[in-house]
Design a protein around this ligand. Structure first.
Ligand SMILES: [Zn+2]
Ligand SMILES: [Zn+2]
Length: 189
């Protein structure tokens, strides 16, 4: 994880580990995956400061998923924003991008939800909790999917977050996610 800011994250661990079921397994925090990527800033609202992109609203996550998807050769075609059944839009996020599994936890009501088809892969997954380099651990979450040509079937999933504390907007995980029917998958964001 080349973009991890270790000083900040050590502090985060110190106050953040209490009460988490998996804290003894994973005390590290996962950072954005695209921090070291140099990019052209062509978007209207996404602003680049240092090596990161910063956005003003959750919609900016989509621009970041588009940008990242193009680099990955699997363009993101469709998107969905995570909203808890309580209406909450801020979540803690844990993921394992080797297994292709992510779980979001609503900051407001603590409801946990496995994103997309993650529930099928949780057994093997070693979830890492995500943290922004600023120390923030509550995110707006938007997923994007790339489809096979002339098909409604999914080939790749991108998971993007925006930290409302500092605005940092980044992809935190992406993986090959074969799924028949993207609408069904996006409903489970
Ligand atoms: Zn909730
Ligand atoms: Zn932040």
């Amino acid at each position: 994880m080349p973009c991890r800011v270790s000083g900040l994250l050590e502090q985060t661990v110190a106050h953040g580990a209490a009460g988490r079921a998996d804290s003894e397994v994973n005390v590290d925090r996962r950072g954005p995956v695209n921090g070291s990527v140099r990019v052209r800033s062509g978007s209207m609202t996404l602003k680049k400061r240092g090596k990161f992109q910063y956005g003003d609203s959750q919609e900016d996550i989509r621009d970041e998923l588009l940008r990242y998807g193009k680099k990955n050769k699997h363009a993101a075609h469709h998107f969905a924003d995570a909203i808890c059944k309580c209406g909450g839009k801020l979540f803690g996020l844990s993921l394992d991008d080797n297994e292709g599994a992510a779980v979001r936890t609503c900051v407001g009501c603590k409801t946990e939800h496995a994103i997309g088809d993650s529930d099928e892969f949780l057994e093997e997954a070693e979830l890492e909790e995500c943290a922004c380099p600023c120390g923030g651990e509550a995110f707006e979450i938007t997923i994007g999917v790339s489809l096979y040509e002339d098909s409604e079937d999914v080939r790749w999933l991108y998971l993007g977050c925006r930290c409302p504390k500092c605005g940092l907007t980044a992809v935190y995980g992406d993986w090959k996610n074969e799924f028949n029917g993207y609408k069904k998958l996006l409903k489970r964001v």
